[in-house]
Design a protein around this ligand. Structure first.
Ligand code: NAD
Length: 237
């Protein structure tokens, strides 16, 4: 593994053991909401207060949760592999807190907010930024309202050029904690496979695109990853 080009794609499952709920629980809802009501540009147009409060709750939760052994194991993998790319669909910052130094957040981040006028992002996580009140930007002469810095359904994920370049060129493509329902992230395994990469999955259940993987580890990422990373790199965590 050390001398291979390794790309890891993570999803909500990698943060589940930190107490962050995954996307679609058994009831099909995200934190008791329909996705269309809180995670689309249309929802923001129609009811910005509901959407704002939903994401403020997610942003406040960041202060209460901690990284888990899966995040730490992936940081260890990064430190032992010469060519390593970590792509996450997650909007939390638990990979960074687990020690990962370079994380591609393809669906945006909770730590930052985006000016609706200029499109510029700012890290805004102070106490006054976390209330139910809208937050105004620091970038415009007439401060504008900020929106969550999240890629909503119907919007184009970030850094796609960089992501495809890494996935097309990797030797090993590892997916952790993703249901394979959300595209284009769910299609990256096919891109990796088509370019000859070995594909590996770590997930609590077999996902809809399970047949795309050469190797599968079914169970909790926080229990499985520390052991397999140790096996791959040959040194204990
Ligand atoms: P998903 O919720 O659709 O799927 C999560 C997958 O993880 C499921 O297959 C589940 O079986 C698996 N899982 C649950 N617990 C696990 C564990 N302990 N170990 C390993 N696997 C586990 O998530 P997705 O595929 O990432 O798509 C969800 C979308 O929602 C993403 O776009 C993401 O941006 C967003 N989201 C992010 C967060 C976060 O930042 N933590 C949380 C919820 C949703």
């Amino acid at each position: 593994m050390r001398d291979k080009k390794v790309v890891v794609l993570t999803g909500a499952g990698v943060s589940a053991e930190s107490g962050v709920r995954t996307f679609r629980d058994n009831d099909g809802l995200w934190e008791d909401h329909r996705v269309e009501d809180v995670a689309t540009p249309e929802a923001w147009q129609k009811d910005p207060i509901l959407v704002w409060r939903f994401y403020q709750a997610r942003r406040n939760q960041l202060l209460e949760v901690d990284e888990n052994p899966a995040h730490i194991a992936l940081a260890k993998l990064e430190s032992e592999v010469n060519d390593f790319t970590l792509i996450t669909q997650n909007v939390d910052d638990l990979h960074e807190r687990g020690g990962s130094s370079s994380v591609i957040h393809m669906h945006g981040q909770l730590r930052t907010l985006r000016c609706e006028n200029s499109g510029q992002s700012e890290e805004r996580l102070s106490k006054e930024d976390l209330s139910d009140e809208f937050v105004l930007c620091n970038c415009c002469s007439e401060p504008s309202r900020m929106r969550p810095d999240i890629v909503w359904f119907g919007e184009i994920p970030m850094f796609m050029e960089e992501i495809y370049a890494a996935v097309e060129n990797c030797d090993v493509f590892i997916v952790v904690g993703s249901s394979g329902h959300v595209y284009p992230a769910a299609g990256l395994v096919q891109v990796a496979k088509a370019n000859g990469a070995e594909t590996i999955l770590v997930n609590y259940e077999v996902p809809v695109n399970g047949y795309e993987f050469d190797e599968m580890y079914i169970g909790k990422a926080g229990e499985i990853l520390p052991n397999i990373v140790e096996k791959w790199v040959g040194t204990p965590l």
